[in-house]
Ligand binder design. Structure first.
Ligand code: FAD
Length: 343
């Protein structure tokens, strides 16, 4: 019997696993992919994320996880009327595969049993424990734990089964390219004009590769928006693509007005994107780390009382939810597409 089974070794899961393991809890961190695993992400760590990593992991984000330019100097945002705003702030540019592996290694060093290529398929709650069905290779078996921390990211299979909720998603599509452009590679750029995307379109640079992406509500129209975005970038910013190196399609949690958060059901608690945490322009690593840590602390403080865990976690995470609401409120003034996110 484990004290806690954490599902998913993204930033939320590794932080929760580390927080609990270093308090002496017996923790299994199950990750369905082989590590280091790919995660579609711009890999921009804002200052808040860097501070959280130092606070909870005891050292700065290491250079080995970063790509060039290693420094991100902020976001340059173009609103839906074409006005440009510059938000300067020092951050870092990482490959998520390396960064997430580093976080998982930290959880292992704190005493968590980290097992890759192990997927959680389902879970069943009793009053005193939870049974989780796990799949490792062809082997399907059950494990018991006092709690599950569900950090599966955007898809949240366990959460869907437990709550019966069918989440709404935003589809993201981005390509990595060899080429040139007349934009400063130290910044992350986002465009909110409705012609270019149904959410945002973005540009950033990773190890010399030009990354261009769009996000849309209606996944079938991805290509149409992407083609228009590329034409816009060619005309406005001198984009020249010599070779397309890679592409990926992913999902983002669609944040609803009021930024609702699902903290958990009984002995199954949610953190990170599974709980619904996600800031505008798809910034989610800071809230994944913070919610994972807050959940670990709440669990440790009230281990024998699941109701008290849920309530303490919801209270501790309220400032994080309020921060998220303020961020979305800011964006609501920049684009009619986010008008319903006004506080
Ligand atoms: C295109 C794009 C760009 C983004 N850019 C940024 C950015 O620049 N900066 C930023 O801060 N955020 C960015 N984000 C958001 C960020 O990636 C997420 O919010 C963040 O990764 C959420 O962390 P998490 O730990 O909740 O989930 P994840 O990082 O998604 O981790 C979930 C983990 O759970 C595993 N898993 C899933 N199901 C199971 C299962 N059943 N059993 C076992 N394991 C399972 C997955 O393999 C994965 O490793 C971006 C997102 C997208 C799509």
């Amino acid at each position: 019997m484990y004290d806690v089974i954490v599902v998913g070794a993204g930033p939320a899961g590794s932080t929760a696993a580390k927080t609990l393991a270093e308090k002496g809890r017996k923790v299994l961190l199950a990750e369905r992919a082989k590590m280091p695993r790919y995660k579609s992400c711009s890999g921009q760590l804002i200052q808040k994320t860097l501070d959280l990593v130092e606070r909870y992991f005891g050292e700065p984000v290491p250079l080995s996880t970063m790509c060039k330019p290693t420094e991100n100097r902020g976001v340059i945002l173009t609103d839906d009327r074409g006005n440009t705003f510059r938000f300067e702030q020092s951050g870092r540019n990482v490959w998520r595969s390396s960064f997430d592996k580093w976080l998982a290694d930290k959880a292992a060093a704190a005493g968590a049993e980290v097992v890759e290529e192990m997927a959680a398929l389902a879970c069943e709650q009793r009053s005193d424990a939870v049974t989780v069905t796990l799949k490792s290779g062809d082997h399907i078996y059950a494990e018991q734990a006092r709690y599950i921390v569900d950090c599966e990211g955007v898809t949240g299979t366990l959460k869907r089964k437990l709550t019966g909720q069918e989440p709404e998603y935003i589809t993201t599509y981005q390509t990595y390219n060899q080429g040139s452009i007349a934009l400063d590679p130290h910044f992350f750029y986002a465009w909110l004009q409705p012609l270019l995307s149904q959410y945002d379109a973005w540009f950033n640079v990773k190890d010399g590769q030009l990354v261009l992406g769009v996000s849309v509500r209606d996944g079938e129209r991805t290509n149409e928006y992407f083609v228009r975005f590329i034409a816009y970038m060619q005309e406005k910013h001198g984009l020249r693509i010599e070779k397309r190196l890679k592409e990926d399609r992913w999902l983002l949690h669609r944040v609803r007005p009021g930024c609702p958060i699902d903290h958990g059901v009984g002995r199954v608690l949610f953190a990170g994107e599974t709980a619904g945490f996600l800031n505008p322009m798809g910034e989610g690593v800071s809230s994944a780390i913070e919610s994972g840590h807050l959940l670990g602390e709440a669990m440790e403080a009230h281990f024998d009382d699941p109701k008290a865990v849920l309530s303490a976690y919801a209270t501790a995470a309220r400032p994080l939810q309020d921060y998220m609401k303020r961020q979305w409120h800011l964006v609501s003034a920049m684009s009619d597409a986010f008008g319903d996110m006004k506080i």
